[in-house]
Design a binder for this molecule. Structure first.
Ligand SMILES: C[S@@+](CC[C@H](N)C(=O)[O-])C[C@H]1O[C@@H](n2cnc3c(N)ncnc32)[C@H](O)[C@@H]1O
Length: 246
């Protein structure tokens, strides 16, 4: 799954998503030391942490996402460090006090083999008793196979508007959710151009993640149903996992 094509849409869609920022900054400040962020994207969380004085390195496979992250850094007068690589295969000399994987970054690991490889690799890059913290959405699916518009409309300075339509397909036996986006931009004169993108995510159940962590050498995680704490309930939209190397 390559995010190069998504970089611009991604910023437009998620720059406003702030639910997790103070949580990750709080964890980084409590743990102290250098942080590795897996799947850093265009640096939404990376930049927030850096602005708070946290020393953070963003690992990201997509060159285009990193480029946009660097553009953001320049625009904000920040220095951000990114390294190109994937969770399962990156190799760094450095050992970190904390590894984070915010906003569903682990949902791009599709098989148990890829997941375990990534978690073991993360563990290898942590200091003894280092912390690993990440969040995943709770699989609650909307209307499948139906064209939806979920209120995502962006207005451009020249008067054009972009509407994001989507169709989701659920592959239950493989726990995969594929979203086809149709990104329609209407020019001021009325001409419409459409850009399609496809995103496949592998969703997890809570206890599956607990077993994976155990298999990869992590201790029993603290699992909460929001970034503010509290248990995972029927109403939770996210599962937040906090664990340490055992
Ligand atoms: C949903 S985005 C999250 C981006 C960022 N963490 C944020 O909070 O805005 C998921 C990111 O994971 C990256 N990714 C995809 N496959 C990956 C892999 N195998 N290892 C690490 N990151 C991956 C994608 O390129 C994308 O930037």
């Amino acid at each position: 799954m390559n995010y190069d094509d998504f970089a611009e849409l991604y910023d437009r869609q998620y720059d406003v998503y702030r639910d997790d920022l103070h949580f990750y900054a709080g964890v980084a400040e409590r743990v102290g030391g250098r942080v590795l962020e897996i799947g850093a994207g265009t640096g939404r969380v990376t930049a927030f942490l850096a602005r708070r004085g946290v020393s953070v390195l963003g690992l990201e496979p997509s060159a285009r996402m990193i480029e946009r992250g660097q553009e953001r850094a320049r625009a904000e007068g920040l220095r951000l460090d990114f390294v190109q690589g994937e969770a399962g295969t990156f190799r760094l000399e450095e050992r970190f006090a904390l590894v984070i994987a915010p906003f569903n970054a682990l949902m791009h690991l599709y098989t148990p083999g890829e997941q375990l490889e990534a978690l073991q690799n993360v563990r290898q890059h942590l200091q003894p008793s280092g912390a690993f913290v990440f969040d995943l959405y709770v699989p609650r699916l909307g209307a499948m196979n139906t064209l939806r518009h979920e209120g995502e409309t962006f207005y451009h300075p020249d008067g054009a508007r972009t509407d994001v339509f989507l169709i989701q397909r659920h592959d239950a036996p493989h726990q995969m959710l594929t979203t086809e986006y149709f990104v329609d931009t209407t020019a001021p004169g009325g001409a419409v151009t459409r850009r399609p993108y496809t995103l496949t995510q592998r969703y997890y159940t809570r206890y599956e993640v607990e077993w994976l962590l155990r298999c990869a050498g992590f201790g029993p995680p603290r699992v909460t149903g929001s970034f503010q704490g509290g248990p995972v309930t029927e109403a939770s939209e996210v599962m937040v996992f906090q664990t340490r190397v055992e």
